[in-house]
Design a protein around this ligand. Structure first.
Ligand code: ACO
Ligand code: ZN
Length: 282
């Protein structure tokens, strides 16, 4: 049965406490009503179980054995890891993850049925454990060739480049599958901003480093695993398509080159493809 808050989709939780952070929520999420009586919801950052009071939370932490997400660690480099979780095998954790992410996602229906999805959780690691930064989910079988269903950076970690790192990881997996992929539509405003920025970075880098003068959209797609439609829209947004002697060509302007060279100077965390230990699931 749906609660009143769920039908009206009124925000039911003001603040969550997670690890060393207190975070204001953005949207309604169908947590059990008994958890929503106080202003703060306490969430264990390792198993993602929620409780309504600080007292219960401390009791939970004494019992909780987890110091990293369950599932397989498939990537580790410096102090970052990625874990692969199967919704069917790690059902409790992945349901908790969906409930948590719904607090920051409005435009998607929440999937209670986590079984058809794999989840990729990114962590930052220190002596206290592997702390979740964000994740994306991915359908085990996608007819539309989506390589991401939902993607989230927890607000306490946003705007530090982690969203683009998650996106980059999703394309790294697609490269291993030898497929091009695209995020599930519709994208949120923040999702669209982040994807546009990622696509622009990758395509400009490829064009900047190319050794041959001719390059086609399908070649860019093969190299990056970005779907051709997304490449086309990025080239259009960057104003890179020019009509020349009866042909459409991709043409880097000085403005694009300046943008890219400035971008190269920024200190950014990059993925190391060799640190991935993963074979695509059958
Ligand atoms: N305002 C303006 N620009 C922004 C903002 C913002 N609030 N947030 C991110 N951006 C831009 C950044 O400037 C950056 O571009 P740049 O590198 O060229 O400067 C780019 O978007 C990505 O920034 P990151 O720091 O890498 O991304 P972040 O870690 O903040 O995560 C994400 C982005 C995942 C979309 C995050 O905002 C989020 O979790 N939002 C809530 C959930 C959501 O909307 N998810 C996407 C739904 S669509 C889908 O799931 C397929
Ligand atoms: Zn726990």
């Amino acid at each position: 049965t749906q609660s009143h808050a769920e039908i009206a989709r009124v925000k039911n939780i003001k603040v969550i406490s997670m690890g060393k952070f207190e975070v204001e929520t953005w949207y309604f999420s169908p947590y059990p009503e008994e958890f929503c009586k106080n202003d703060i919801l306490f969430i264990c950052e390792f198993c993602l179980e929620a409780v309504g009071t600080k007292f219960q939370f401390e009791r939970h932490r004494k019992k909780c054995q987890l110091f990293h997400p369950p599932g397989m660690e498939i990537y580790r480099k410096n102090n970052f890891s990625f874990y692969e979780l199967d919704g069917r095998k790690q059902r409790r954790y992945t349901r908790n993850l969906c409930l948590l992410s719904k607090l920051f996602l409005d435009h998607k229906t929440l999937y209670y049925d986590v079984d058809p999805f794999l989840f990729y959780v990114m962590t930052q690691n220190d002596k206290n454990g592997h702390h979740i930064i964000g994740y994306f989910s991915k359908e085990k079988l996608s007819a539309e060739e989506y390589n991401v269903a939902c993607i989230l950076t927890l607000p306490q970690y946003q705007r530090k480049g982690f969203g683009k790192l998650l996106i980059s990881f999703s394309y790294l997996l697609s490269k291993h599958e030898k497929k091009a992929g695209s995020p599930e539509k519709p994208l949120s405003d923040l999702g669209l901003l982040s994807y546009r920025s990622y696509w622009a970075d990758v395509i400009l880098e490829l064009l900047y480093n190319r050794t041959r003068s001719e390059v086609s959209i399908s070649e860019i797609s093969e190299e990056t695993s970005i779907k051709e439609d997304d490449i086309y829209s990025t080239l259009t947004n960057l104003d890179l398509l020019k009509y020349y002697q009866g042909k459409t060509i991709i043409c880097l302007s000085n403005k694009n080159i300046e943008y890219h060279e400035k971008n190269l100077k920024k200190k950014k965390i990059k993925l190391d493809p060799d640190s991935l230990e993963w074979t695509p699931p059958k």
